[in-house]
Design a protein around this ligand. Structure first.
Ligand SMILES: Nc1ncnc2c1ncn2[C@@H]1O[C@H](COP(=O)(O)OP(=O)(O)OP(=O)(O)O)[C@@H](O)[C@H]1O
Ligand SMILES: [Mg+2]
Length: 381
């Protein structure tokens, strides 16, 4: 087990000495750092990796609550758990400390058993939290990568399509010359070579086109299970004040196609909705599936066929009309640099088009947004 670093902050040297003495027998597990006020504590936190902080409130220079506030405001330090020491009676202080993000409180005078079990708990929680943060980061990275791959695929498919038209021109014209017999022997041979190279290129292009369409008719996807899975991945990182409402339909609903593509569609919509609620720190995400016996959206392809509607509703920031007009454009994003690639909804739209579906967006600035996606259901499934 690696040694964890714990920082104690108190303006009384004798309190710090006492704490050090109390925890001496744990020094193989916990290394202590000591600071006499918030300012000193910040200095230490900026220079080394601290796993947890236990801080007094009343101190000169910078008090415990100010220290908490400063730590919370900095991306680098906001995940360090802080336990605040208070007197037994200081109710309003306790409340304030918790509101500012303290993970726990400890009463003064400190008793050893309390202190040790509190440290144990906090460090264990911190470990879980770190794992979750890492998982989320990896997931987001994966999403960006698969989105970029998708874009490369879209562009390649477009390029290959153009190429096949150009090759047809080459073959067509060389045929014209060869059949026209206006060429001498030497020229006819060269022309024949051009035609054969063209035909070979056409074969290669045909293979690529076939390959890029391969995964389209892969399998049937249980869309309820898929939503379940995506939400459970996201759920762990969603703040408590954001509520997710999702009632999985009792009957299984199947869509034809590639599971990865459906995952991309719902994942992008969920992530966007959660990101739209991030600045508010709270809200509601409603997710529902509904089978519609006939086409439900204006202009959906496959008219007359039964459809599945996936609805994703959030109470986030919403969008103005100007933003709404652009959300499906590749690389359009309103997020700060490094945060969004602006490929999410572009890819969503591309996949929906590919599967003969449709998407509708309703949004109001300051209220939230509703994204409705329609996919054709196989008859009798
Ligand atoms: N649920 C939503 N609420 C408010 N705005 C949204 C919502 N979904 C999308 N948007 C707006 O649409 C823009 C484009 O979304 P898109 O998913 O394509 O890219 P992104 O989320 O910015 O970046 P990326 O998805 O690549 O991380 C967003 O930047 C945002 O302004
Ligand atoms: Mg997005």
């Amino acid at each position: 087990m690696d040694v964890k670093k714990i920082l104690f902050v108190d303006d009384e040297q004798f309190v710090l000495d006492g704490l050090s003495r109390l925890l001496r027998e744990y020094r193989h597990r916990w290394e202590l750092r000591l600071a006499l006020n918030g300012k000193e504590a910040l200095g230490i936190v900026n220079n080394e990796t601290i796993d947890m902080i236990i801080s007094d409130v009343r101190m000169p220079e910078m008090n415990g609550l100010d220290l908490l506030e400063r730590l919370q405001a900095d991306e680098k330090t906001k995940n360090i758990p802080v336990v605040i020491l208070t007197g037994d009676q200081e109710r309003s202080l306790k409340r304030q400390a918790l509101d500012l993000g303290a993970v726990d409180l400890l009463n003064k005078p400190i008793n050893k058993e309390d202190l040790v079990s509190r440290i144990d708990n906090v460090l264990k929680l911190k470990e879980y939290q770190d794992i979750i943060i890492e998982k989320k980061r990896a997931l987001e990275e994966q999403l960006v990568i698969s989105q970029k791959m998708e874009l490369v695929g879209v562009m390649a498919a477009g390029a290959v399509h153009d190429l096949s038209n150009l090759i047809a021109v080459i073959i067509g014209y060389s045929n014209l010359f060869i059949e026209g017999s206006s060429l001498d022997k030497e020229e006819a041979l060269s022309m024949e070579r051009i035609r054969r190279a063209g035909e070979k290129a056409s074969d290669v292009v045909g293979h690529i086109l076939k390959f890029s369409r391969l995964d389209d008719k892969l399998s049937t996807v249980n869309i309820g299970d898929l939503v379940d899975e995506m939400l459970s991945i996201l759920e762990v990182t969603v703040p408590k004040a954001v509520k997710i409402h999702w009632k999985k339909p009792r009957e299984n609903i199947y869509l034809g196609g590639s599971a990865i593509k459906y995952q991309q569609v719902v994942m992008n919509l969920f992530v966007n909705a959660l990101q739209a609620m991030e600045p508010l720190g709270k809200g509601k995400l409603n997710v529902s599936l509904q089978k519609l016996p006939q086409e439900g959206a204006e202009g959906a392809e496959g008219r007359g066929r039964p459809l599945l509607r996936i609805e994703v509703e959030d109470t986030g920031t919403g969008m103005d009309n100007e933003t709404m007009d652009k959300i499906f454009n590749p690389l359009f994003t309103t997020k700060e640099p490094g945060k969004g690639t602006g490929l999410g909804l572009f890819v969503v739209k591309y996949i929906i088009d590919q599967y003969g579906g449709n998407i509708e967006v309703l949004s109001e600035l300051g209220k939230g947004s509703i994204f409705r996606v329609y996919f054709p259901l196989e008859e009798g499934v």
